[in-house]
Design a protein around this ligand. Structure first.
Ligand code: NAD
Length: 430
């Protein structure tokens, strides 16, 4: 089939390449000419494992092309997937739908009669109905659940597909697009527009709540002298709870969960169904960043002024160079404001971090980052940080003091190597 993908960021570039991999002819469209030029040359302008290979393969085969022209997209596509950003508005927690509205308007002006426009962006419930009402083109909503770092795998082998459709034809078209994925046994849920939109926001709300739940338990453990790691392990053995997303730490960030739960709470208010617990989920999450700053002060003897602080991590999570609402960089920037001399190291996100936070210091190598540090903060869970040898690291730093903001380092091992070790929700090792 001939598909277009409107918006070629983290979601759209992945979707476009994966649709080509499924055998479709795909045209990616973006308003950013630099992104289009890079992708057209087979280069992915962000870090996503497996994606560069797919983009190179299909730009070379001719099955994947990119353009800035909606006229070209309209003439080409039988099905148009809208993957543009839906960031948080500057003036409230609501989603900013300007890009979605602009993409739908441009498609309405150019799409061929009979083309199907499929929204994939995460939007407040009610958006699909409004767009279907305002435009003559047929609309469907197919929310996306991919995780950065696993985006290709999640697109080609998703846990489930959700089709928000209001006609049998739209469902038939989407079944044809995803035929190989469905043939592999992927569960399909078809729904009306509001339900399809809500599946996505509800899934994110649930995940965020699970993380903030264990982080709230970490706060209680800190106050009561308990150990949240042991608590989480014991909770996770209960099948009804399960061990995933139950590790206490600095909390979630990124371009999705924080803005999506705020947008959901805002939309629920509008609908007269206030989801006040989501505001608490958000508040608990932000308090964990404060707690890491507090621990940093504590380890530096109440004040970080003049301390050389090494921050391990800049990406909001491992496997990505995405620094949107990164907890690691939020903490780094706070400590810099408090007068610390901060050096950041990340395996993939250094360029993005440097652009966004030019006043922080950066070290390209891990050993350079550690050398001479008065305090180390482990804030993004890259596997290479977990593999650091505490004894070797102790020989590099000026003062062996570390905060494990991700709850994955072995406190006893670090303490045995001479480190003052602190983590969230766990007592300091004896
Ligand atoms: P992004 O910022 O990386 O990409 C958005 C792209 O859309 C940019 O390249 C931008 O230039 C382009 N764009 C903006 N307006 C446009 C227009 N009118 N026409 C064409 N292109 C336009 O964002 P993203 O992370 O890919 O997220 C996109 C959507 O997908 C959001 O709604 C997000 O919530 C949702 N989503 C993201 C993920 C993820 O992990 N990143 C996962 C699931 C859902």
């Amino acid at each position: 089939m001939r598909l277009t993908v409107i918006g070629t960021g983290y979601l759209g570039a992945t979707h476009a390449a994966c649709m080509a991999e499924l055998g479709h002819d795909v045209l990616g469209v973006d308003v950013d000419p630099e992104k289009v030029a890079a992708l057209s040359a087979g280069r992915v302008p962000f870090h996503e494992p497996g994606l560069p290979e797919l983009v190179a393969k299909h730009t070379a085969s001719g099955r994947l092309r990119f353009t800035t022209s909606f006229a070209e997209a309209g003439a080409f596509g039988e099905v148009h997937f809208v993957c543009v950003g839906t960031p948080q508005r500057a003036d409230s927690g609501a989603a900013d739908l300007r890009h979605v509205d602009a993409a739908f308007a441009a498609l309405a002006a150019h799409a061929a009669p009979g083309a199907l426009v499929v929204g994939k962006s995460t939007v407040p419930v009610g958006t699909a109905q409004r767009l279907a009402r305002n435009h003559a083109t047929e609309v469907a909503w197919n929310p996306e659940f991919l995780r950065e770092g696993f985006a290709v795998e999640d697109t080609l082998r998703p846990d489930r597909l959700v089709f928000g459709v209001e006609s049998a034809r739209a469902e038939t078209v989407l079944r044809a697009v995803y035929a190989p994925v469905l043939a592999a046994g992927t569960p399909l849920v078809t729904a009306d527009f509001p339900t399809a939109e809500l599946v996505k926001t509800a899934a994110n709300a649930f995940l965020a709540t699970k993380i903030s739940f264990i982080n709230a338990m970490a706060e209680v453990c800190e106050a009561a002298g308990g150990d949240v790691r042991t608590l989480a392990e014991a909770l996770g053995h209960d099948d009804r709870i399960g061990p995933k997303f139950l590790r206490a730490g600095i909390g979630f960030g990124g371009g999705c969960l924080p803005k999506d739960i705020r947008a959901f709470a805002h939309r629920a208010d509008e609908l007269g169904v206030p989801l006040t617990f989501l505001r608490e989920v958000d508040a608990i999450n932000m308090r964990r960043r404060d707690r890491v700053v507090e621990l940093a002060r504590e380890l530096c003897g109440s004040d970080v002024r003049g301390a050389r602080v090494t921050v391990l991590g800049a990406a909001f999570k491992p496997g990505s160079d995405d620094i949107r609402d990164s907890p690691a960089l939020a903490v780094a920037a706070r400590l810099r404001l408090e007068g610390a001399d901060v050096t950041v190291h990340d395996p993939e996100a250094m360029d993005n971090a440097r652009k966004a936070f030019p006043s922080l210091g950066y070290a390209l190598g891990l050993e350079d980052a550690l050398r001479g540090a008065d305090l180390v903060l482990h804030l993004t869970e890259w596997p290479q940080f977990r593999e650091i040898d505490p004894e070797r690291a102790a020989a590099l730093v000026a003062r062996p003091r570390i905060v494990d903001g991700r709850g994955v380092l072995d406190p006893d091992r670090w303490a045995a190597a001479g480190w003052r070790f602190r983590a969230l929700g766990t007592p300091a090792p004896a």
